[in-house]
Structures are given as structure tokens and as C-alpha cells.
Write a protein that binds this ligand. Structure first.
Ligand code: OOG
Ligand code: NI
Length: 446
């Protein structure tokens, strides 16, 4: 029996091999990331605080885009087989200046042990075909009938996925078949692209064309994690790979790493076959697969996140002046999440530990280890989408957008969409309860 987490790790590895074979710049990105990570680990003894080198080396996130609620639900079934649950709701229609008509979630493991084994996640977006700002009634109906005719995931794959979820793994033979079919479902298809249809959608949004202009889906990027993204950015430039002009997310500074910093290189032009209006099939090219890399920091609480959102548009010196400068401050002000632990050797035998968190930390009664941010940032995601669009697209700003939210997505998926803050808070709370018990303190936190 191959258990869920091994299926996940194998899937992530095979997807990475597939992507590396097809997108050479990705291989360069992996090489440079591995180099930088080795050097950081060699130089800083505490580099492992945000994840051990084994986890970080294997760590990837991918991104896919689908067209319909049914396809979204099927994707959720495949990821459920890999122990990946939907977490968070992202509305990129509002976050992007360009035309990005999608709403998204991230499929990822949610338990600490599972994340440690392999944290593979996939940012998954769904086209908002009912949104009148992008699609008029005629186009919506042609788009939906095109999407309704295609099959992204073969029935065999979906059946194996349901079985893997139910039985928490698969025997070796079934696992092999499942993994082969699953990787194939996310490969670029050799099917010719209908030139006129693709172009019609592209005028509205390159993202709409990428999703609804072809008969299959594909991984559009696969992102390794790096421990020093500024250094990586520099070295990619030295190797002649032009990255976008900035690193998205918090600025570089000497305070704690929080949330997520990302950067990317533009999609490369790849040869594709096209079907012309007269039926002839010929060669052409599309830019749909790009490269991205990320550095992860500490997960922020709602109030920490509100501060981040407030400061992120400001110049870097405003950030440096106002964002908490130490992990202790982040913990005591409840702006970031930590795993607390009462060390075996107590500071002063016979003394009673103080009641407050600051006192417990300062007196050495408690130790705090950062909880890593496992999710995404809508503004950065919009920036990543946008950096790969040559064209703004068009939208009708006089029409009103269709409303989608987390509850709507749960209904579509027939699975709960988890709230990321709740997941981090549950981890922190249970560690704190245990630590307080170890110290002989009352269970409820002050
Ligand atoms: C997804 C973009 C979002 C990230 O890292 O923020 C994303 C996409 O391009 O489909 O992957
Ligand atoms: Ni990404």
C-alpha cells in the first residue's frame, strides 16, 4: 500500500520531472535555488527554523486553471487523493489591474505532520464565465458549451482518485496508473488550438484564452522554494534569465521573514499547433508556461495581516519603521503565529511561572518556533498573473460582477474550504495548551 503522503510526494516529483523536461529555464531555476539553499544552510545555523532542508528542497507549488464548477470539483477529487484540501478563497478579479476573470483556492495538506512530510500545494483558479464585465451573454453561452464538451480528467483517473481518498492510499499497481494519468492530465496537450476562438477570448483576457481556448488544462508554473530570494534573483540575472522587475510581497529587510515573497520570469514562447479558420493545421507559438520562485516566512494573524496590507503599498522605510522588528514582538503583540513549547529544563525550580506570554517568553518558560505561511497572497498572485500578460485585455466597467465567495466555493466543491487563519490558530492554540499544561498553568490562555 502506498499511503496518501507518498502519493503526494511522488506526484510532486513526477510533475517536476515533466516540467523540467519541457521548460528548460525551470531546470536552471532549480539549480540556482538548490545552490542558494545549500549556501544559506551552510552559513546560518538557524536557517532550518522555517522548515528543514529536506522539506524545503522538495517543496513546490504548482498552478492550474480550469473552466467550470464540475472541473473544479474534479480537480478537488484528484487533490483529495493526495491529501490536499482546499484552503482559502481568492478573488483575483478585484486584485488585478488587467483582465483576470478567475476566482481561486489552494489545495494543500493542512496538518503539521503532513506539511512536514511534503507540503505540495496547487493554486487552482476557475474562470468566472458568468461575470458580465468580461463575457456578454452570447460569449458566455458559447464558452460554457465549449467547456461542457471537453474532458479534462478521464473517468479512470477520477475513480482511482476517489478510491485513494477512501482507502487513504493505493496498492502499487493502482498507484502507478493513478500517477501516470494524473501527471498526463496536467501536461501541455499536443491537440491543435482553434486560432479564431483562442484569439476571440484573448481580446478579453489572455487568462480566459488560456483556460477556455483549449481543450485541456496544464500546469502553468511550478515553483521551488528558496531561502534567500534576493540572492536568487541576482544569480538568475547573471545566467541571462530576465526576471520580472521586482520581488512581490514584503520588502527585503533585516527583520523577521513573514508571509511570502515571490518573483517570476516571463512565459517562454513554445511551439504549438493551430487549426486555422479554413481547417488547415499549421505551426504557431504560445507563451503559457512561466517560472516562479518563492521564499516563505512566518504566518501572520488577522491583525498582523491587516498591518501588512496597510504597509505594503508604502515605501520600504515606512515598513521598516512600523512593522514589528523581532519574532518576540510579533508573538507578544499577537501579530504572527508560533508553536510554543515548554523546554525540559525549567528556568527557576520552585518559582511560579508568570501568567502573561511576554513574561513566559522572557523568563525562558516558553520557547516559540515560527509557524510557516503555507498560503498565497492575492496581490502577489495578481502580480504574477499580470507579469505574464502582454495585453491588458478588456472589460465592461459599467456591468456588475457576479458574486462568488468561500461558501459558494464550498458548495461547488462539496467539501469545506478551510480558512487559513483558523488552521494556523488551531496549531498555535494546541501547542500553547500543551505547554501550559507542562508548566502546571491553568489550561485557558490569559
Ligand atoms: C496562478 C497565479 C498565482 C502565486 O504564486 O501567487 C500563484 C496562475 O497564474 O494561474 O501561483
Ligand atoms: Ni505561483
Amino acid at each position: 500500500m502506498i499511503p496518501t503522503w507518498r502519493l503526494r510526494a511522488a506526484f510532486a516529483r513526477r510533475l517536476s520531472d515533466m516540467y523540467g523536461a519541457e521548460v528548460p529555464a525551470y531546470t536552471t531555476l532549480l539549480e540556482v535555488s538548490a545552490q542558494v539553499n545549500d549556501e544559506v544552510i551552510g552559513k546560518h545555523g538557524d536557517a532550518g527554523r522555517l522548515g528543514g532542508i529536506e522539506r524545503v528542497t522538495a517543496e513546490r507549488h504548482g498552478a492550474i486553471r480550469v473552466g467550470t464548477a464540475l472541473e473544479m470539483r474534479q480537480a478537488a477529487q484528484i487533490f483529495a487523493a493526495l491529501g490536499m484540501r482546499p484552503v482559502g478563497f481568492y478573488d483575483l478579479r478585484e486584485a488585478a489591474a488587467s483582465s483576470v476573470p478567475v476566482v481561486s483556492t489552494a489545495f494543500r495538506p493542512i496538518e503539521a505532520e503532513e506539511l512536514e512530510r511534503n507540503p505540495f500545494r496547487v493554486f487552482t483558479s476557475m474562470l468566472t464565465t458568468a461575470d458580465r464585465r468580461f463575457f456578454d451573454a452570447g460569449l458566455q453561452s458559447r464558452l460554457e458549451s465549449f467547456l461542457g464538451r471537453r474532458e479534462l480528467f478521464p473517468p479512470d483517473l477520477l475513480e482511482l482518485a476517489a478510491r485513494a481518498e477512501r482507502e487513504e492510499g493505493l496498492d502499487e499497481e493502482a498507484a502507478e496508473r493513478f500517477l501516470t494519468l494524473a501527471v498526463a492530465a496536467f501536461e501541455l496537450s499536443p491537440e491543435p488550438v482553434d486560432r479564431a476562438w483562442y484569439a476571440e477570448l484573448e481580446r478579453i483576457s489572455a487568462v480566459a484564452a488560456d483556460i477556455g481556448g483549449v481543450a485541456s488544462t496544464h500546469v502553468n508554473h511550478l515553483t521551488p522554494r528558496v531561502l534567500d530570494i534576493d540572492e536568487l534573483y541576482r544569480r538568475m540575472g547573471e545566467r541571462g534569465i530576465t526576471m520580472i522587475d521586482r520581488i512581490q510581497g514584503p520588502p527585503r529587510w533585516d527583520g523577521p521573514d513573514v508571509l511570502l515573497r515571490q518573483t517570476s520570469f516571463r512565459a517562454l514562447s513554445e511551439p504549438r499547433r493551430f487549426r486555422e479558420p479554413d481547417g488547415a493545421v499549421g505551426e504557431g507559438a504560445l507563451r503559457v508556461r512561466f517560472g516562479e520562485v518563492e521564499a516563505r516566512g512566518i504566518a501572520l494573524t488577522r491583525s498582523g495581516r491587516a498591518l501588512y496590507d496597510e504597509l505594503i503599498g508604502e515605501p520600504d522605510d515606512v515598513w521598516a519603521g512600523r512593522f514589528p522588528r523581532t519574532e518576540r514582538q510579533l508573538a507578544v503583540q499577537e501579530q504572527a503565529f508560533f508553536r510554543y513549547e515548554a523546554p525540559a529544563e525549567r528556568p527557576r525550580d520552585g518559582l511560579r511561572p508568570p501568567a502573561d506570554l511576554a513574561g513566559l517568553l522572557d523568563g525562558g518558560w516558553l520557547r516559540a518556533g515560527p509557524i510557516v505561511y503555507e498560503d498565497f497572497l492575492p496581490k502577489s498572485a495578481a502580480g504574477i498573473f499580470q507579469s505574464n500578460l502582454t495585453d491588458e485585455g478588456t472589460r465592461d466597467t459599467t456591468a456588475t460582477g457576479t458574486h462568488y465567495d468561500q461558501q459558494w466555493l464550498s458548495d461547488v466543491l462539496e467539501r469545506p474550504v478551510h480558512d487559513p487563519f483558523d488552521l494556523y490558530a488551531a496549531q498555535q492554540d494546541s501547542s500553547l495548551r500543551q505547554a501550559r499544561q507542562d508548566l502546571g498553568l491553568p489550561k485557558d490562555t490569559p
